[in-house]
Design a protein around this ligand. Sequence first.
Ligand code: MLT
Length: 263
Amino acid sequence: MGAGGLPAVHDTGSGDAVLFLHAFPLDASQWDHQVAALSGDVRCIRVDLWGCGDSPPPPGGDATLEEFARTVLATLDSLAVDRVSVVGLSMGGYLAFALWRLAPNRIRSLALCSTRAAADTDTVRAGRLAMVETVEREASVEAVVEPTIERVLGPEARVEAHIADPVRGRIRRCSPAGIAFAQRAMAARPDSTGLLASIDVPTLVIAGTQDAIIPAAEVRAMAGSISGARMVELQCGHLSNLEMPRAFNEVLGGFLVPAGTAS
Ligand code: MLT
């Protein structure tokens, strides 16, 4: 598949379909713990962002998260999947908002994890463009590996090799073009705050109390704007599903697989 084509898809298990959308700058393997725990009960569909994991490179130019979201919908079509529960963490949450904007009728429920509805501030946007400049100049992602580990993992997870090293590996599997696309697309994403009141499907919101990128208080305020949303805080940093997989799985499993229906 050429640049900007359908994303690589990892399709595991059977049952109601759940679409997992990963954080930046990772890939679908971010969700391995969740797939291991849940694929006996639900069909876990994971995609890699353009330029990450096994996906084709981004199309170039000023491609947007919405354009990528359209390819995710086309992927679901190709799998004959009509409605899905969407689980998105951070950038995956930004993509979940893009999907809600494009095709709310295809979303059965939402799990919004360590993410925000607001668009970037000017400072955050400038930081993204500085990272783009670095990876393009060096034609390598190496310079962003350690600074990213510092940002995305909480203080305890950062020094746990079995958590931090696979995150390093995922970052290194992204191409400079993949990182540049994601950063430019996130910088250009629209504000989704006005969308929150339109969310009328069951919604779970998860935050990490030590998240250095998206403070738990902001995530809690977002949950408060979604009718009936369930809010859970875990004692960890930004990558809650990797830092506290058991607690995360318990909360997500309880939301996706109501008691009495688990296999
Ligand atoms: C992510 O974890 O997806 C990113 O840190 C999100 C962001 O940079 O806004």
